[in-house]
Design a protein around this ligand. Structure first.
Ligand code: NAD
Length: 337
């Protein structure tokens, strides 16, 4: 199993013995001097995976000293080499800083990191600004934000769109749920990691915007994939078909920027054996969040529901670690069967 897939499934479990995991890496633990280095106040960063690793590096580049934590020790090696201090758990991060960014796989991880036995809220200082950029259930974002408020802290949901390249290049879009003045307080930090930072309304609306966008993305990726497959079976050249769609009414982000057929575009996952990019397992999680929200609000989302089922089948077929444009390959194989 590839490392990132192993990490994804590993991380969706709850952790009971984080300190023993950490004994396997030699880490520079927090010291007062490293926490105070630089002219800017240190920022805490929890969850240094595919996205968070680049985001944390961009904060360091902009002069923010970092205090980092991740349950997966390998994730911390590079950031430590770049000068970050490493904490033993989220509570220890919270003790040392008054701003924390979290970038975790899914809702259970966010609950663990904020509300767990060694979670942020065990030690949070009143007035601390907590920014969660994970894609999670809007209801969980509201629940954690309410718990933070009881401790005198502020928690905003700030999920991102844009993949690993945008995280690396600091061009992410942040959809931020929270009050206007809290949004303004978070903006300096978010501007170091993204180029579009939008206040979507109260807490939870950042997640709402994110899961709606991703439901549309999943549906359009499947639509583009089945259309390209049909065209190719009718004898059309895929590059020619894509160029016709992209100058006609069938155009979409999936067809134009992220075409799922290998060889139509360079530098996209489909032309690299569907590696890198946005994992099918993560897309399946986002579709599940959209379905939960649709059920909670009695909203009809027939195509979102069908897309969710298809992506679940792809995961069951062992494609969870492939980029979500693998939908093309999956549908092509169904046709051939
Ligand atoms: P990832 O699995 O690569 O990274 C998550 C990190 O969180 C891992 O390093 C993991 O060890 C750490 N983690 C998990 N549980 C933890 C805990 N209890 N305490 C501390 N650390 C913990 O995931 P990613 O691709 O970086 O995605 C992060 C979030 O961003 C997800 O919610 C995803 O849906 C969203 N997102 C991802 C992309 C993308 O292209 N990868 C794009 C947009 C949004």
């Amino acid at each position: 199993m590839a490392a990132s897939l192993r990490r994804y499934f590993f991380c969706t479990k709850r952790f009971t013995n984080v300190s023993s995991i950490h004994t396997h890496v030699t880490t520079r633990r927090i010291s007062g001097s490293s926490a105070r280095m630089g002219s800017r106040a240190p920022v805490g960063f929890i969850g240094l995976g595919n996205m968070g690793g680049f985001m944390a590096k961009n904060l360091l580049k902009q002069g923010y000293p970092l205090i980092a934590f991740d349950v997966y020790p390998e994730s911390l090696i590079e950031i430590q080499e770049l000068g970050a201090s490493i904490a033993n758990n989220p509570a220890e991060v919270a003790e040392k800083v008054d701003k924390i960014v979290t970038m975790l796989p899914s809702s259970p991880n966010v609950i663990d990191v904020y509300l767990g036995n060694t979670g942020i809220l065990k030690n949070v200082n009143p007035g601390t600004l907590l920014i969660d950029s994970s894609t999670i259930d809007p209801a969980v974002a509201k629940q954690v934000s309410a718990a933070a408020e009881k401790k005198g802290a502020i928690m905003l949901d700030a999920p991102v769109s844009g993949g690993i390249n945008s995280a690396r290049e600091a061009t992410l879009t942040f959809m931020v749920g929270g009050k206007e003045e809290e949004f303004r307080a978070a903006k300096d930090i978010l501007d170091c990691m993204g180029k579009n930072v939008v206040n979507t309304g109260p807490v939870g609306t950042g997640q709402a915007a994110k899961i709606c966008n991703n439901m549309m993305l999943a549906i359009s990726m499947i639509g583009c994939s089945e259309t390209m497959n049909l065209g190719m079976r009718l004898g059309l050249d895929p590059k020619m078909l894509a160029s016709i769609m992209n100058t006609s009414s069938g155009r979409s982000w999936a067809s134009e920027v992220y075409n799922p057929v290998p060889g139509v575009l360079d530098n996209v996952p489909s032309s690299n054996d569907y590696q890198g990019g946005f994992g099918t397992a993560l897309m399946t999680k986002d579709l599940s969040l959209a379905q939960t929200a649709a059920t909670a609000t009695s909203t009809a989302t027939p195509l979102g529901s069908l897309a969710h089922q298809l992506y679940r089948v792809m995961c069951n077929r062992g494609l969870g670690n492939k980029d979500f444009s693998i939908a093309f390959q999956f549908l092509k194989e169904q046709t051939e069967v």
